[in-house]
Write a protein that binds this ligand. Structure first.
Ligand code: FE2
Length: 425
């Protein structure tokens, strides 16, 4: 007897009419038209069953603080950092926890069950670190929250920055972060990358740095990050986030850089909603898009994922935890409009993001955790087009969120009575 049997599902790889059998929270069989007794059966009706969404880059200590203590008037990255500096002294652990838990509720309802969040370690009290460690414990039954020790004000630029970051790791933060482009000089930025990678190597931690979030084509810390990854044998354990300066770099230099990144197995995370909003702010016209070179990185064999980065905080006033909205924006900004490229955008918020986080048991294969989302769309491209409704979200075989299908009722003579925006077949 199965605990759960999913039938008549389309899968992201193009298979149709598929069944997924679940026992004890794990997938035990994936095959067409399984007929077996189950405690519960869900007929997908030819809709897409996907592994749950994964956000590989977020800031949960700042989320849902929009308007506190004021809004970002210029909308720039630097005013956002300044505004965060104004907000930090007023933060309480309870407020951070409450906002983060609310965001996790939003995420679950959008089928987003794994989030890598940076947490600011610049404040010696480590208030935000302790708050998010508490959130991580609270949400563990339904959401994987991975934390990055993020020295927002610069690990070398801030007095005590290295000590604060190490204490955050001692408390149980999973990943070493950094922000080399915000250190005082290029040399300090490179020194911070070297230092932070050495800390990660000593402690057996992953690395994820905000790297070159700038329009300066000479901001080349990604080169140092890839080099240090190779030198310290951290292959596959390091991520460069944003890497927006690559948008503006010289093409010849990039032709040398891409193989270095690929050889070091450094993943790259673009944050389309934030990059298109924050980059190019010093430009008049033409105005640069600023997002990193996603198709070129993918073609070079680099793992590329998309992150949400911000929702309703000092840097970004919108968002709802919808990784399909992130994929939708990434598709547009990178002009990834071919069939295969649109599917890559879906992978950037599912499988590629899971690779960044080193998630165990992720996917729709036998032996994986039975965590998946049923979308009101037939395939990944339609899911992105519609930012499809998450009809059902399962975690380890248990239903944890349900949404009504998105349908409009029409009252027009001789036309259908309902509309659901699914492409007619
Ligand atoms: Fe970020």
């Amino acid at each position: 007897m199965l605990d759960l049997l999913i039938t008549n599902a389309n899968l992201a790889d193009g298979r149709t009419g598929m069944s997924v059998a679940v026992r004890d929270g794990k997938i035990v069989e994936v095959a067409p038209h399984i007929t077996a007794q189950a405690q519960e059966t869900v007929d997908c009706g030819g809709m897409l069953l996907s592994p749950t969404f994964v956000d590989p880059h977020f800031h949960m200590d700042a989320t849902l603080s929009y308007g506190l203590p004021r809004v970002n008037a210029s909308g720039t990255l630097l005013e956002g950092i300044a505004l965060w500096g104004e907000l930090k002294p007023t933060l309480t652990a309870d407020a951070i926890i409450e906002r983060a838990l609310t965001y996790c509720d939003w995420a679950v309802a959008k089928g987003l069950l794994a989030i890598r969040s940076h947490v600011d370690t610049s404040d010696p009290s480590l208030l935000a670190v302790e708050a998010l460690l508490e959130v991580k414990r609270c949400v563990a039954p339904y959401l994987d929250l991975q934390l990055v020790a993020f020295p927002q004000d610069g690990v070398l630029r801030t007095k005590g920055g290295v000590d604060n970051l190490k204490r955050a790791l001692d408390l149980g933060v999973d990943v070493v972060g950094g922000i080399p482009h915000f250190e005082r000089t290029m040399a300090d930025g490179a020194a911070s990358v070297k230092l932070l990678c050495e800390i990660a190597a000593e402690r057996g931690k992953l690395v994820d740095m905000h790297c070159d979030e700038s329009d300066d084509p000479l901001s080349r810390h990604i080169e140092t990050l890839a080099f240090e990854t190779q030198r310290l044998g951290l292959h596959g354990r390091v991520t460069g986030s944003h890497c927006t300066s690559m948008h503006s770099m010289d093409n010849y230099y990039v032709s040398k850089l891409l193989p270095l990144i690929a050889e070091s197995q450094v993943s790259v995370v673009a944050n389309p909603l934030i990059n298109i909003t924050l980059q190019g702010r010093h430009d008049t016209y033409p105005k640069r898009r600023g997002m990193t070179r996603v198709p070129e990185l993918l073609a070079a064999g680099v793992n590329v994922a998309f992150g949400h980065d911000c929702v309703m905080d000092p840097w970004y006033s919108l968002g709802s935890g919808d990784m399909l909205e992130v994929a939708h924006m990434g598709l547009h900004v990178a002009q990834m409009t071919s069939q295969s490229a649109m599917r890559q955008c879906f992978e950037a918020v599912t499988t590629n993001a899971a690779y960044v986080m080193h998630l165990q048991g992720y996917g729709l294969d036998v032996g994986c955790d039975a965590s998946f989302v049923l979308l009101q769309a037939r395939d990944p491209i339609e899911a992105i087009r519609l930012r499809a409704t998450r009809l059902k979200v399962f975690r380890n075989g248990k239903l944890i969120s349900t949404s009504h299908s998105s349908t409009a009722m029409l009252s027009i003579a001789e036309r259908p009575s309902t509309v659901d925006w699914i492409q007619p077949r």
